[in-house]
Design a protein around this ligand. Structure first.
Ligand code: CA
Length: 498
């Protein structure tokens, strides 16, 4: 009898020699008609929408994404409405905006007293698929649990402040295969809790996170040894990679070497970075741009390996594959270091979706918002009738499938200070403009308006020159805030009617 390895032993030993079982034929009925589609949803952290070579923007090396894009619907104006980790992730999982799903900030010990974590009572898209008989796997960063004392002992947590937390099985919203963590940024020595791991016994492999996660995703797709999922059920797999998140230095040399000949001037082509100055942005760009692009190239390579596994298993035709990110990265643009601002580098994310024979490859400028992903995916998969009535996102399946259907005329932007849900920044983005209004205690209200067509790098604030545009966009913003029952609206009604 062949000895069975524990998951830990298996991971240490590597995947070599394991028996690969193709399940592609199991997903098709005897008539040959495909059953419900599989879903593979890959989203690295902090990968901006400009960081794919085929977009013609960042001079980055992404051959796998470039060829995947040619087979996909590419949404050229996808955004993260609240461009930071946990709020995006909660919008993705619940289909609701932050005031409705309670994740108004990043989950950490600072926001924990305000109940800032994914609610058990929310019915996530994964809960719906579970009920529909899917096998569900989650690999990588989760970041939707409040840390509680005694904090998990790890480098991202101190005695006084904690980020990382184990997600207990009753908070996993249907995912039956689990290999995840809350927040942990040491990309060469990542940590994970597997399906049956206890809180005090995380797994600590020594391998670059995205490569390790792609290895495991490939095993899941192959269903090696039948250990990962039911061979008779369709599956949904999420792969949530941490790079190209900070620290940028934690990237394999082989990817960095691909940029060895490049100068900063070659790599930083955005006029909103003052590369030569001594500003904060200039220093960040010079210090990190090469490593950031190297990380993107590493993510691209690992994504390519996952795509190959899908194809090798004969699953390409009946598997919906999505590639996106939780937010972008300024990396020096507008003197900002990373995310959580309204600028394009922070808000715009990749959004590529492939479903051969069903979704025609093309580009589309649909103004999709993060909560729309949930109802759209469920409807594409044939479960539109299962979308809970409290989901706030819009179902764009018709636009995805045919190019026709109702289209939003704007996207909401928001940032909320911890414990102050009626304060902070709100805004809207349209095809042409971005309006951002900042309302903070004891500070003057600030208006920023950018014409993204005439001024694609958002170098000029034209709010004072274009009061009529500000008024029109403020009306759109008011509709968003009213729909979302955002208390900012009542507090700032006067601000919106400037
Ligand atoms: Ca993030």
């Amino acid at each position: 009898m062949k000895p069975r390895l524990t998951r830990r032993q298996f991971l240490i030993a590597g995947a070599g020699g394991a028996l690969a079982i193709s399940t592609g034929d199991k997903l098709f009925g005897k008539s040959g008609s495909p059953g419900p589609p599989n879903l593979v949803f890959v989203f690295p952290d902090q990968m901006r929408g400009q960081a794919m070579a085929f977009t013609g923007q960042d001079p980055v090396i992404t051959p796998n994404l470039d060829s995947f894009a040619a087979e996909s619907l590419v949404l050229t104006e996808a955004v993260s409405n609240y461009p930071v980790c946990s709020p995006y992730r909660a919008m993705l999982m619940t289909g609701k905006y932050p005031h409705a799903n309670k994740v108004l900030n990043n989950c950490n010990s600072g926001s924990a007293p305000y109940g800032c974590e994914l609610q058990r009572s929310d019915r996530c898209w994964s809960d719906v698929l579970k009920k529909r008989g899917y096998s569900l796997g989650y690999i990588g960063k989760w970041h939707l649990d409040s840390p509680h004392k005694p904090y998990v002992k790890c480098e991202n947590n101190s005695e006084k402040f904690a980020w990382n937390e184990w997600c207990p099985p009753n908070r996993r919203h249907g995912f039956d295969f689990w290999y995840s963590y809350g927040t942990y940024d040491y990309h060469f020595t990542p940590m994970y809790w597997a399906t049956d791991s206890t809180r005090d016994k995380p797994i600590r492999p020594r391998q670059w996170g995205p490569e390790h996660e792609a290895d495991l995703a490939i095993e899941y797709i192959r269903n090696t040894g039948g250990r990962y999922r039911s061979p008779d059920k369709p599956f949904a797999l999420v792969v949530s990679m941490n790079p190209p998140h900070t620290p940028y230095r934690l990237v394999p040399k082989k990817y960095l070497d691909m940029y060895a000949e490049k100068t900063y001037e070659d790599l930083v082509n955005r006029p909103n970075v003052n590369l030569r100055g001594n500003s904060r942005g200039a220093k960040i760009a010079r210090q990190h741009i090469k490593n950031y692009f190297a990380m993107v190239t590493g993510v691209d390579e690992q994504f390519g390996r996952i795509l190959k596994a899908i194809e090798d298993q004969g699953l390409k035709e009946n598997t919906i594959v999505v590639f996106t990110s939780d937010h972008g990265n300024c990396i020096g643009s507008h003197d900002h270091d990373t995310k959580n601002v309204h600028y394009e580098e922070s808000m715009r994310v990749p959004f590529l979706i492939r479903w051969p024979g069903r979704i025609r490859p093309r580009c589309d400028d649909l103004l999709i918002s993060t909560p729309d992903i949930y109802p759209t995916l469920l409807a594409l998969m044939g479960f539109g009738g299962d979308i809970p009535p409290d989901v706030q996102g819009e179902n764009h399946a018709s636009v995805f499938l045919s190019g026709r259907g109702a289209r939003p005329d704007s996207q909401l932007y928001m940032w909320v200070p911890v414990g102050r849900p009626a304060w902070g920044r709100r805004g809207v983005r349209t095809h042409r403009y971005t309006l951002m209004i900042s309302s903070m205690p004891d500070k003057p209200v600030q208006y920023l308006l950018h014409d993204n067509v005439r001024d694609p790098y958002q170098l000029k604030n034209i709010a004072d020159e274009e009061p009529q545009v500000v008024r029109e966009l403020a009306r759109k913003l008011e509709r968003w805030l009213s729909k979302n029952k955002d208390p900012w609206l009542a507090q700032n009604a006067r601000v919106l009617r400037r």
